[in-house]
Design a protein around this ligand. Structure first.
Ligand SMILES: Nc1ncnc2c1ncn2[C@@H]1O[C@H](COP(=O)(O)OP(=O)(O)OP(=O)(O)O)[C@@H](O)[C@H]1O
Ligand SMILES: [Mg+2]
Ligand SMILES: [Mg+2]
Length: 503
């Protein structure tokens, strides 16, 4: 069962020169929909293609061309909504958001202002075991991405690449429920994790496939609670929106800078102007880009080329029936089925590849031991070499084979680490590699007994000490294992030593 009991984290408090302030943050996440074709054309969404080669006439806004909705993109938005426990709107509609920019050939972006496809949902953001923020989702709407302006190819010219023009985006809008920079970053991490589990967005932030607009305001302690009770935004401060953030670190730095900037203005008796700002990582500051446009500045109106989008409940139900297991459920299951700690379960469910690998190793084996090996040995080794789990030279079957040899008492923990190293570099079936390298733990009592007798006979003084203080018997165990060249099974040695010493 999923245990969602949690306590909310404390909001971040910043001490100004005059008094304390709290942060209030709401995020708009633009997530590129995983789909082979664009939202309103059949053109490919592949990246890295020759500039302007994946552009249909409708993407280039040729006269008379009409958009045709790609139902797979709609399905992806519905799947995302279901993954965020959100309401799915069976009727939604597309609007034109008008603005002029060289990378926007239509002169407007098709978006969904008035009737989005997805309504209210939620995301649980864990900050520590048992401490979590429930961030409410206000809406998700579908919209077109813009093209790319290129200014750095020639000092005297600007270019434009329309390959990205018309690719489907989901804008996922949160309520202002996030209360600090760390929570903001954790929210993006969690949302990205859910999208990747769902397969609706690849979450590649480096290539801008997931980017965040971060809305920040500050208020005096107590004001947020008034907003919560009434949902009346006038209790909150004026927000500034920091556009296009695609790094967890910069999101946190930008929020911190922006909050302090606003506090300084307010304590000086000034007012915050609602505006759009850009973060400059080189100078760690935000700068005004433009004053905030209101919806009416965009002259939104229903797109006359597109009928309202109507979907069937049965179709939504079919998508719901095919949902994969999501991160919270998988984590709870790992804790329950494999006895993992909260921390280990979080690490192992961070992405689907790690979770799948771990599960293959843990199935039918000691789950905790499997977790230790995957997290400490495997991840440690992969990190050292800068590899991802998909590129691991040791497969889950091979790692499972190593654990089986330990469980059978054939190799010691120390030998297992050496064996792991051998399998990592040379590959092969672990049992065969172990045999080829003479890695076999001695469990034969007869052979070990002789060594124990010999060491006891040679060290009468140690024997006296150990009989007086049984904790010192470990010394004999160490000696016997050393004498065997590390091959004697420590469990067997320990039993014999204790018996021979009469302990
Ligand atoms: N006082 C506030 N402090 C912090 N965040 C706020 C505040 N008021 C609203 N927000 C957040 O600002 C965001 C507003 O996004 P929304 O898409 O609704 O409008 P927008 O930013 O005006 O539109 P656009 O998509 O054109 O940028 C939401 O995430 C909301 O939670
Ligand atoms: Mg928005
Ligand atoms: Mg916005």
């Amino acid at each position: 069962m999923l245990d969602l009991t949690h306590t909310a984290p404390k909001p971040k408090v910043i001490a100004g020169a005059k008094h304390d302030w709290e942060l209030v943050i709401g995020m708009e996440i633009h997530a590129q929909v995983s789909s082979n074709a664009k939202l309103f054309s059949g053109a490919s969404t592949a990246v890295g293609a020759e500039p302007n080669s994946n552009v249909a006439f409708v993407d280039a806004a040729m006269p008379g061309m009409l958009p045709v909705i790609n139902d797979y993109c709609v399905e992806q938005a519905v799947r995302t909504g279901l993954g965020l426990k959100a309401q799915i709107n069976l009727v939604s509609a597309f609007d034109r958001k008008n603005y002029f920019y060289p990378d926007l050939p239509q002169g407007y972006q098709i978006s969904q202002l008035y009737h989005p496809i997805v309504g209210a949902g939620e995301v649980l953001v864990e900050m520590a075991p048992g401490i979590a923020r429930l961030v409410r989702i206000e809406r998700i709407h579908l919209e077109q991405d813009a093209g790319k302006s290129i200014h750095d190819m020639d000092p005297a010219m600007s270019f434009v690449d329309f390959n990205r023009t018309g690719v489907a985006l989901m804008e996922i809008v949160s309520r202002p429920d996030i209360r600090g920079p760390e929570e903001a970053a954790a929210y993006v991490v969690k949302l990205r994790q859910i999208l990747r589990y769902l397969g609706t967005c690849d979450g590649d932030m480096q290539h801008g496939n997931l980017r965040a607009d971060v809305n920040v305001s500050v208020c005096r302690p107590g004001q947020y609670e008034k907003y919560q009770a009434s949902q009346d935004f006038s209790h909150l401060g004026t927000r500034c929106e920091i556009k296009n953030m695609n790094s967890m670190r910069f999101i946190q730095l930008a929020i911190d800078y922006e909050a302090r900037r606003q506090i300084a203005i307010l304590e000086d008796g000034g007012v915050i102007k609602q505006e759009t700002r850009l973060y400059d990582p080189d100078r760690n500051e935000t700068r005004s880009m433009r004053s905030k446009e209101e919806a009416h500045d965009y002259r939104y109106f229903p797109d006359p080329d597109l009928l309202p989008l109507q979907i069937e409940q049965a179709w939504v139900d079919a998508i719901a029936a095919s949902m994969p297991e999501l991160p919270d459920a998988k984590k709870a299951r790992f804790i329950n089925d494999f006895g993992l700690t909260d921390y280990d379960a979080s690490v192992l469910t961070a992405d689907l590849e790690s979770a799948g690998y771990f599960e293959a190793v843990a199935q039918g084996r000691d789950g905790k031991q499997a977790a230790n090996w995957v997290i400490n040995e495997l991840f440690g080794r992969l990190n050292k070499q800068g590899l991802g789990i998909a590129d691991s030279p040791v497969s889950s079957a091979q790692l499972g084979g190593i654990l089986d040899l330990i469980a059978a008492g054939d190799i010691s923990g120390k030998m297992a680490k050496d064996l792991f190293e051998l399998v990592w570099t040379d590959g092969g079936d672990p049992a065969e590699v172990a045999a080829a390298h003479g890695m076999k733990q001695v469990t034969d009592t007869g052979a070990i007994e002789a060594a124990v007798d010999e060491i006891i006979a040679a060290n009468p003084a140690q024997v006296e000490k150990a009989r007086a203080n049984p904790k010192l018997a470990g010394w004999f165990v160490g000696q016997v294992i050393k004498a065997s060249g590390g091959k004697a099974n420590p469990v067997v040695v320990n039993d014999l030593v204790m018996r021979k010493l009469g302990l």
